[in-house]
Design a protein around this ligand. Structure first.
Ligand code: SF4
Length: 463
């Protein structure tokens, strides 16, 4: 176990007044050693906590009293979210994207976590194959939800086959325990053609209705395949297969609506784009419960582009960090980039919007309807990952840089912030590594529209 280390102290906060400083290790709070930032937050919520602090270079800790009210933020950020070990997964899924990453990327990208705490904190999906009685007890006692569970198949044999782990056959029993305990849980099915689509997908949806009707929602997402996959069983969906998945999901939405009063299962936006079908209307998404997983994101984008002032998705904002301060989201779902407020200065230059292949398909009709001949779309091919990877979130600096060479120097270049994680592309490059300046625009329709109407977004980074 490593103690949380302070990485920033908020000015004039209780921690600052008590003299806590960056680099301090917080060994215990009121005599308890926090295992993770969930414990940390609970302990730090107490009034006037006694914090055992070890300052850098000192072998011993000293007790610091921090005068503060109950519930008042302590005012520190700490170095990680989990202070004991992150639980890694014991599965070997053929569709795992981590196995499809090229060598030499950031180490944190290769971490196969399967830890319910990261599910609670960041919205990561867990298969529950390493889940224990103690975990269930903690979740139920501390009401740690919503959680996000990978289902893939409800047939025990098929699930074990997909996870390549015999425990996959039985670990969904924990899902029943969580749902029976009233925890909000959202599920996911990664659909692999020829493996768990067709009759197997029908069987899974029937299994959900039968065994897990208390799930809050289920997202069906297509297998993502990079050119680094060496799994012969894995292949991308054809257009017809994508259409059949949509037919199945839509039929089952009716079944769920009749049985439970809500649609339960939703298809990822990629399916509509792959099948060449129109996106469903906003009301179809029942409040966008899986927006963060690319389900309804395209529809929400269109709505906020075409109806300025329209509310964004009202569904689950994934992860505990949507509401509390404490640890940074480093390595998981970190902030894309600290964007300074937009400035309302007109910029009359012609515009090029760079985005992924799928993003371009969503944007094309919007740009056409905007009646601006000086706005061009530039879909950036994902040469880095290859395969069927077309989402903007997986664009790398290398590919964006190559695309920028083909854009005229008089153009304003807009780039969605979905490509960045704490200011870095997946390949580790930053905006400063690009061959020319770009404006990074938050990935929502309203922000893009404001950018097209002339508002600049900062930072505008030059090489
Ligand atoms: S459970 Fe997730 S992280 Fe683990 S192998 Fe499967 S896809 Fe990869």
């Amino acid at each position: 176990m490593s103690a949380p280390t302070v990485t920033s102290v908020t000015a004039a906060s209780p921690a600052a007044r008590a003299g806590l400083a960056v680099g301090d290790e917080l060994l215990s709070i009121d005599g308890h050693e926090p295992r993770d930032v969930i414990d940390f937050q609970r302990l730090a919520d107490a009034p006037d906590p006694s914090v055992l602090v070890r300052r850098a270079g000192s072998p011993l800790g000293r007790l610091v009293q921090v005068p503060k009210a109950a519930g008042e933020p302590l005012g520190v950020e700490v170095s990680s979210a989990v202070f004991d070990r992150i639980r890694t997964c014991d599965n070997h899924c053929a569709f795992c994207f981590i196995y499809q990453l090229p060598k030499g990327m950031r180490r944190s990208l290769y971490l196969k976590d399967d830890d319910y705490r990261l599910s609670f904190l960041y919205g990561n999906f867990t298969t529950l194959t390493r889940f224990t009685e103690l975990d269930a007890e903690r979740i139920l006692t501390e009401r740690l939800g919503p959680l996000f569970v990978s289902i893939h198949a409800t047939d025990p044999e098929l699930r074990a086959h997909m996870l390549r782990n015999p425990k996959g056959a039985t670990s969904l029993r924990w899902l029943s325990v969580l749902l029976d305990g009233g925890i909000e849980v959202h599920g996911q099915i990664v659909v692999c053609p020829g493996i768990n689509d067709g009759a197997a997908l029908e069987d899974t949806l029937a299994g959900i209705l039968d065994r897990f009707p208390a799930l809050a929602s289920v997202g069906a997402v297509p297998l993502g395949l990079s050119r680094y996959s060496n799994e012969p069983e894995m292949r991308a969906h054809t257009r017809d297969e994508a259409a059949r998945v949509l037919d199945t999901i839509e039929e089952w939405q009716d079944v769920f609506r009749r049985a439970l009063g809500h649609r339960m299962v939703f298809a990822a936006d990629e399916y509509y784009l792959l099948a060449g079908r129109p996106l469903p209307p906003a009301r179809h998404y029942d409040g966008y419960p899986q927006h963060e997983n690319g389900i309804g994101m395209a529809r929400a984008f269109v709505e906020s582009f075409t109806r300025p002032g329209a509310d964004g998705p009202g569904g689950v904002r994934h992860g505990f960090f949507a509401s509390v301060d404490a640890a940074p989201a480093e390595g998981y779902r970190a902030p894309r980039l600290a964007l300074a407020p937009a400035v309302a200065s007109r910029d009359e230059r012609p515009v090029t919007i760079l985005t992924g292949a799928y993003g371009a398909r969503v944007l094309a009709p919007l740009v056409d309807a905007h009646h601006r001949e000086d706005v061009a779309l530039h879909p950036v091919p994902n040469d880095f990952f290859g395969g069927n990877i077309g989402v903007a979130g997986l664009l790398t600096g290398e590919d964006v840089g190559r695309a920028l060479h083909a854009v005229g120097s008089e153009q304003r270049c807009l780039l969605p912030d979905a490509c960045l994680n704490e200011g870095r592309f997946l390949d580790g490059l930053t905006l400063a590594d690009l061959p020319r300046p770009v404006e990074v625009v938050p990935t929502d329709g309203g922000s893009l529209r404001r950018a097209l109407d002339g508002t600049s977004f900062h930072p505008v980074c030059a090489s």
